[in-house]
Design a protein around this ligand. Structure first.
Ligand SMILES: Nc1ncnc2c1ncn2[C@@H]1O[C@H](COP(=O)(O)OP(=O)(O)OP(=O)(O)O)[C@@H](O)[C@H]1O
Length: 327
């Protein structure tokens, strides 16, 4: 079966000088959670915004294919895309106030989302809003409908934003770091909520995160992004058991293992920073930070298949990790 969201060869440039996304491909299967991971500045948010056609004015996107439920998104007019957004595909952000309007009550803005896409009465839209507030774990939903966003805690605002995204019963939810700004307990609650919604409603979720702990808990499939490219893509179990790209291995080495980290030990990080890449850049963008780099890393890099649904972009062969470990 074709994936619900198909992205192939996506490129995004800003003002023609910075290439934020450089030929990224990924596919989100129906009813599954696909995580897009990588350090800050790798192009995760820009990729998601490009899919939704919500890039800032200077951003230009091109792609070999961009399709939702088999239908081309690249050829859609702005009006047709706006009809799809918030209806069959919805997006939530790290900061709920990106989506919530401080001037309107929770109820009126949730109802407005439904009434923009469906012919329903205000009463029916408010009933649906109350039902969804209950579904995302908000008690006394009737009372919350009459409140303004500033009267809610950060965790509640995040739940309201999720409920609002669900008003039209979307098939795809794109969630850009939805838990980063929350404290750890609320983070865990929101992740449990998203996993439950994915299961119960058959939602497909494209979850952007830099937290590999989150990935391990919720993802079916993972795409690792570096400097605008997907450098490794794999089913979650395969990625954690057999990471191939040196960048993925570096990210995983930074995750503390319970019981193995001493209190006084600093958390790991990969030395160096993600480079900003100009159009025409050739070779592997990770080479300056990579212990395995050699002169060939400045030339074209092959993409290797490394098992079912697992591929990576590197000059090293698919079995390099085992070969290096062998005596
Ligand atoms: N409006 C813009 N104009 C110019 N450059 C931009 C714009 N938006 C993003 N970029 C650049 O695109 C690159 C990718 O940014 P993006 O926000 O997608 O990264 P990210 O991986 O989502 O990181 P974060 O986790 O910090 O959001 C960065 O170098 C960023 O500076």
């Amino acid at each position: 079966m074709t994936a619900l969201l198909e992205v192939e060869g996506l490129r995004v440039a800003f003002g023609g000088r910075i290439e934020a996304v450089r030929g990224a491909s990924l596919a989100v299967a129906r009813g599954q959670t696909h995580c897009l991971v990588g350090e800050s500045g790798c192009g995760k948010s820009v990729s998601a915004l490009a899919v939704m056609n919500l890039l800032a004015r200077r951003g230009r996107r091109t792609a070999d294919r961009l399709a939702f439920d088999g239908a081309d998104l690249l050829g859609l007019s702005d009006t047709a895309m706006a009809r799809l957004r918030g209806d069959r595909m919805a997006m939530i952000f790290q900061e709920p106030m990106t989506s919530l309007n401080p001037a309107y009550t929770v109820g009126s803005q949730m109802a407005e989302v439904l009434r923009r896409h469906r012919k329903v009465t205000r009463r029916a839209a408010l009933d649906r809003a109350a039902e969804l507030l209950g579904r995302v774990g908000i008690t006394a939903p009737g009372m919350r409908l009459g409140q303004f966003p500033h009267q809610l805690s950060g965790g509640l605002r995040q739940r309201v934003m999720i409920a609002m995204a669900l008003m039209c019963d979307p098939e795809l939810l794109i969630a850009d770091e939805p838990t980063t700004a929350l404290d750890v307990t609320v983070q865990a609650q929101i992740l449990r909520l998203l996993a439950g919604l994915q299961r119960d409603l058959g939602l497909a979720i494209l979850l952007i995160t830099h937290d590999l702990g989150v990935v391990a808990r919720v993802a079916h499939h993972v795409s690792v992004m570096y400097a605008g490219e997907v450098v490794e893509s794999a089913p979650t179990a395969s990625l954690f058991a057999n990471p191939r790209h040196p960048y993925t291995r570096g990210l995983l080495a930074c995750v503390p293992v319970p019981g193995k980290v001493r209190r006084d030990q600093p958390l790991g990080s990969i030395p160096g920073v993600v480079p900003r890449v100009e159009p025409g850049f050739a070779g592997c963008a990770f080479r300056d930070r990579c212990a395995h780099a050699d002169a060939t890393c400045a030339a074209a890099i092959p993409r290797h298949a490394a098992g079912e649904g697992h591929d990576f972009l590197c000059r090293l062969p698919p079995d390099w990790v085992q070969a290096e470990a062998a005596p």
